[in-house]
Design a protein around this ligand. Structure first.
Ligand code: CTP
Length: 419
């Protein structure tokens, strides 16, 4: 695919170099079009070396091939990262005073902008209006992340992580139900973390961002599947395009959403962090301080993954995750193996958490086990890399399933289920 990566002049331009690498590693041709201000932060040599293509900023270079029109016309996808307040203002007005804005005017493909600026600039009425204008014209403007900015300040305005930008952008050109090794398959993925209400204003929850499940949903769609993402309390800015999204809050909601769609699915993936317990009672009014301690009685939630695996047909593939740390009773893999047998999912991705892997937006490594706890694959790297590795194993299993007698699969699952 031909991707144009527009880079505007902000300190986050260096992160666009990582985004460029991700896009190249995914096999895309990338033409970088920086603004002159962007070159103050990262120079031409970096963009040319990483993209393998010439880099110009002005409409007066490469005039023999009418570059300012051709680049936009040839693009399958345009990403602008970082998109500064100035760049978005120029794009909203329709200026064409450099190669990037000219490209934006000629591109007819999906366009995604990933803003980065100081909070005051993002919240300024002029920027708010420009973003609304761009969105109303079909430009996909991501919300910036909330976090540390260039100086000592922090707040909304941080460039989303390169991986999240790549996922969101590639999902725009995904034809759900198109070609690929999951073409014609229906995939249902849960992501995020469930919340259990204590009273009208409080809940028990967890820190899952939902990024791993979202990466799986996006990759499944890229591979041609028709995808439903069951998203439990996921930040709206992370949700990918090209997939059907069902938003849920509690474990009961999530269970219902998965079970309702289970019969029609070829693949069910439980990537959500499910609350194991919920309050025995939900107070109808806000619980007041009593001046003494407070004991909350909890009841166990149903195991959604085990239920899906139990009810699955022989031709379906059920996938779970296991986040483990290892302890005196056994290693990460020992715990993973026991969980694989207990849950009886067809595939269980065992994830070692802690020490810089697993949580938030950090590199990930998983070992993929089958129902019997045997290792059938490994995947590591970004959450997109892990998604790809896991779906390779899913696609492989689906194709082998179509060759074997379904009854054998049923009995393999049944043999591992607890009494
Ligand atoms: N899971 C589920 N329903 C639950 C708890 C977990 O479907 N009530 C799913 C998760 O989505 C994940 C897998 O089961 O795919 C393993 O989750 P994990 O939290 O590692 O396992 P638990 O069953 O909670 O086991 P433990 O807390 O004892 O390690």
């Amino acid at each position: 695919m031909h991707v144009v990566l527009g880079v505007a002049g902000g300190i986050a331009a260096y992160k666009a170099a990582l985004l460029l690498r991700l896009l190249r590693e995914a096999g895309h041709q990338v033409r970088v079009v920086p603004t002159t201000a962007a070159l103050e932060f990262v120079g031409t040599a970096t963009w040319e070396a990483l993209s393998g293509q010439p880099v110009t900023t002005s409409v007066f270079e490469g005039t023999e091939s009418v570059e300012h029109v051709r680049i936009g016309r040839d693009a399958d996808l345009v990403i602008v990262a970082p998109a500064t307040a100035d760049l978005m203002a120029r794009a909203a007005v329709g200026q064409a005073d450099d190669l990037l804005t000219a490209t934006l005017l000629t591109a007819t493909c999906p366009v995604l902008m990933a803003p980065a600026m100081h909070t005051e600039m993002w919240q300024n009425a002029a920027t708010v209006a420009n973003v609304a204008t761009l969105r109303s014209r079909g430009v996909h403007v991501l919300d910036p992340d909330d976090g540390r900015l260039t100086g000592a300040d922090s707040g909304p305005g941080r460039l989303p992580e390169p991986e999240a930008i790549a996922d969101a952008a590639l999902a725009l050109v995904t034809t759900s139900g198109g070609e690929g090794d999951l073409a014609g398959r229906s995939v249902v993925v849960s992501a995020g973390g469930t919340r259990e209400p204590l009273d009208p204003v409080r809940f028990l929850g967890n820190r899952s961002s939902g990024r791993q499940g979202i990466a799986i949903a996006a990759d499944a769609a890229r591979r041609g599947a028709v995808v439903t993402l069951v998203a439990a309390n996921v930040d709206a800015a992370l949700l990918p395009g090209g997939v059907d999204v069902v938003r849920v809050e509690t474990t009961a909601d999530l269970q219902r959403a998965m079970q309702d769609r289970a019969a029609g699915a070829d693949v069910l993936v439980m990537a959500a962090a499910v609350a194991d317990y919920r309050p025995a009672e939900i107070a109808q009014a806000k619980v007041k301080k009593s001046g003494e301690g407070l004991a909350i009685s909890l009841v166990e939630n149903p195991d959604i993954l085990a239920g899906l695996a139990r009810g699955a047909r022989a031709d379906q593939v059920v996938v779970g995750f296991a986040a483990e740390t290892g302890d005196d009773a056994g290693s990460v893999l020992d715990h993973g193996r026991a969980k694989a047998r207990r849950k009886a999912a067809d595939l269980l991705a065992v994830n070692q958490v802690g020490e810089g892997t697993g949580f938030g937006d950090v590199p990930n490594a998983v070992v993929i086990l089958d129902t019997a706890g045997e290792i059938v694959g490994r995947a590591q790297g970004t959450k997109s890399d892990v998604a790809r590795g896991l779906l390779d194993a899913v696609a492989d299993l689906l194709s082998r399933r179509s060759l074997v007698d379904g009854a054998e699969t049923m009995s393999a699952r049944a043999a591992t289920l607890p009494e």
